[in-house]
Design a protein around this ligand. Structure first.
Ligand code: GTP
Ligand code: SPV
Ligand code: MN
Length: 579
């Protein structure tokens, strides 16, 4: 197979001349192809078969030094350093190209070069964008098949549109000193070397659909965001679509697949997306969202029948597990699975508790979205879904209340820009330290955050019908470290308040940080909560918030003159309100 697209044909030839593969395989996205990739990886040992109770499920053990995103090795290469901003690591394009050229030279000797055409978004959607990933990893090819609309149809669209993002990837020798993930937004190009892991290697996801797409989105007037998209239907049949941005491993997959608890009879929840949303204003000024992905690369630990039954059931078949443990009878095992015992840990060693968790805390499942029984057919709608509310959130053991609403769009942009969250195992580095993560995009914004906030603010000039903006925190704890809020399915109770606010059905308490619920307006019937927990969850401690506002101010000042005046104004208003 090859292509009628001259630019693509030439690029593949050039890459093959540089990397010297033994074979070239053009992926068509068929089941036969998927099966042969699996068979090959079983032979090479890249995949291990799991017990037959997990039909067509496989385990991949990555190199132990290659288990998460590597933010310090991820670069945005714009000609002007200021364009990448203090939020990104930057390298001059010429230097980055030279470095990568040396790394890629001859790196595919003896290997197969896979050409993977993919489409991010419904294949017929005007909002969708295509890319081609070239990789020497069969694991990447199989994952891209599950996660994106990959193969012949995508190639047809590329041939029709004559434009695509070029992603070049090699696992190299997995030496962390020779690992770089480079983005060239002006050239619509990604080059990734030395990692086989998730966000570093599946280039359609974070590299294309967030970093490159956010850069394009600013030029073209839309938004590429680290957001889930979920449909909530009331017992009366009223439907709302919510988009929520939480940092990595902070609850997007769980909220997107929420199962209404028994107390919320008649409510229905359907998943549109669990990680990325592309948002456009339509002719009427309505913000609409598509999910560019077609599958999930989700956090495994913590997934069980109680927390996320939908995910738990969907990963019983046709799933690739990465870095989980296995039981004595070769079933996959992870912390808080609540079934079985680990026998072999994620590194392939006999399990011993003194060696740490059996499954890596950032172990992941890859599965097609079609396996989610609550997947909404609207995820394939070319026009996307109308968004009623945007929800920001973080993992904060103190300070941030359960929920609050921004006064208006510009205030909401400040709420997003001021986000902070405890770090998780999704990226290498220390876990559990609070860091600023504006809009959950710190690792993913392909340009200067100051310009990004300016772009967000510009939406208020283009529509008078924008969604409400909210902030939630499911992770607040008491003095003993216990979560104050039950979370998971019970989060629907908070979403109901958010929807009521969007529909102007309920009033709220005005505080210096925004609108909070009257405690009676959050339905807590049947919850096992101690007296006073709700008051604590809905409290705004002025002294602590004054400190937080100062920290946000200091952070925003780091963006210097580029910081939009309207955002500085919003921050000033917050400080004045706190006194
Ligand atoms: P990425 O895929 O990394 O972008 O993450 P994500 O935001 O989709 O995170 P995910 O939903 O997979 O959640 C990660 C962790 O948060 C898991 O350990 C969950 O069990 C936990 N979690 C999710 N929702 C809640 C909640 O409502 N309450 C509490 N306490 N924990 C939660
Ligand atoms: C994240 O880290 O936010 C993820 C997982 O969704 S990865 O694709 O590896 O970046
Ligand atoms: Mn993510």
């Amino acid at each position: 197979m090859t292509t009628s697209n001259e630019a693509l044909r030439q690029w593949v030839t050039e890459v093959a001349e540089l990397t010297r593969p033994a074979n070239i395989h053009w992926c068509d996205g068929s089941q036969t192809e998927y099966q042969s990739l699996i068979k090959l990886m079983l032979e090479t040992g890249d995949l291990l078969e799991l017990d037959s109770s997990y039909k067509n499920c496989y385990l991949h053990r990555s190199d132990p030094s290659d288990v998460a995103r590597v933010e310090h090795l991820t670069f945005v290469c714009t000609p002007d350093e200021a364009e990448a901003g203090p939020n990104n690591y930057w390298m001059a394009p010429a230097d980055a190209h030279a470095k990568m050229h040396d790394l890629f030279a001859g790196c595919m000797a003896g290997r197969t070069l896979y050409v993977i055409p993919y489409c991010m978004g419904p294949i017929d959607s005007p909002y969708a964008r295509c890319g081609v990933e070239i990789t020497d990893s069969a694991y990447v090819a199989a994952n891209m098949q599950l996660m994106t609309r990959m193969g012949a149809q995508a190639l047809q669209r590329i041939e029709r549109d004559d434009t695509f993002v070029r992603g070049l990837h090699s696992i190299g020798d997995l030496n962390p000193d020779r690992r770089f993930i480079m983005h060239f937004p002006k050239e619509l190009m990604i080059q990734s070397f030395g990692s086989g892991y998730g966000g570093n290697a599946l280039l359609g996801k974070k590299c294309h659909a967030l970093r490159i797409a956010s850069y394009q989105a600013r030029q073209e007037g839309w938004l590429a965001e680290h957001m889930l998209i979920v449909e909530i239907e009331s017992p009366q049949g009223e439907k709302h679509y919510l988009a929520a941005a939480f940092p990595s491993a902070c609850g997007k997959t769980n909220l997107a697949m929420l199962i209404p608890p028994e107390s919320q009879a008649g409510w229905k929840v359907r998943t549109l997306g669990d990680d990325i949303a592309w948002l456009h204003l339509d002719e009427s000024g309505q913000l609409r969202a598509i999910n560019p992905e077609a599958g999930y690369f989700g956090v495994v630990p913590g997934t069980n029948e109680q927390t996320n039954r939908n995910a738990y059931e969907m990963i019983q078949s046709d799933t690739i597990f990465t870095n989980v443990a296995v039981t004595a009878n070769n079933e996959p095992w992870w912390e808080d699975k609540n079934v079985g015992e680990p026998a072999i840990d994620w590194k392939g060693q006999p399990y011993a508790s003194e060696n740490g968790p059996a499954a890596h805390p950032n172990s992941r499942f890859t599965v097609s979205a079609k396996q989610n029984r609550t997947y909404s057919p609207l995820a394939d709608d070319p026009a996307g879904v109308p968004i009623s509310a945007i929800i920001f959130g973080g993992r904060r053991r103190t300070l941030a209340p359960l929920v609050y609403q921004a006064r208006d769009w510009n205030h909401g942009v400040l709420v997003g820009a001021g986000m902070a969250s405890e770090t998780t195992a999704a990226a290498t580095g220390q876990v559990g330290v609070v860091r600023r993560d504006p809009m959950a995009m710190k690792p993913f914004c392909g340009y200067n955050f100051a310009d990004y906030w300016g772009h967000w603010l510009s939406f208020a000039e283009r529509s008078d019908n924008l969604p409400g903006i909210f902030h939630v925190n499911w992770f607040r704890r008491d003095a003993d470290g216990r979560f104050l809020w039950p979370g998971f399915g019970e989060n629907l109770r908070v979403l109901r308040w958010i929807i009521d606010r969007c529909e102007h059905r309920v009033d709220a308490v005005e505080t210096p940080i925004g609108y909070l619920p009257h405690p009676a307006d959050i339905d807590t019937r049947g919850l096992d909560m101690a007296d006073g927990d709700m008051d604590l969850l809905l409290s705004v401690d002025t002294d602590s918030w004054r400190e937080e506002a100062n920290a946000i101010g200091a952070y925003l000042q780091g963006y210097g003159d580029r910081l939009p005046a309207a955002l500085a104004d919003e921050h000033k208003k917050l400080q004045d309100a706190l006194g």
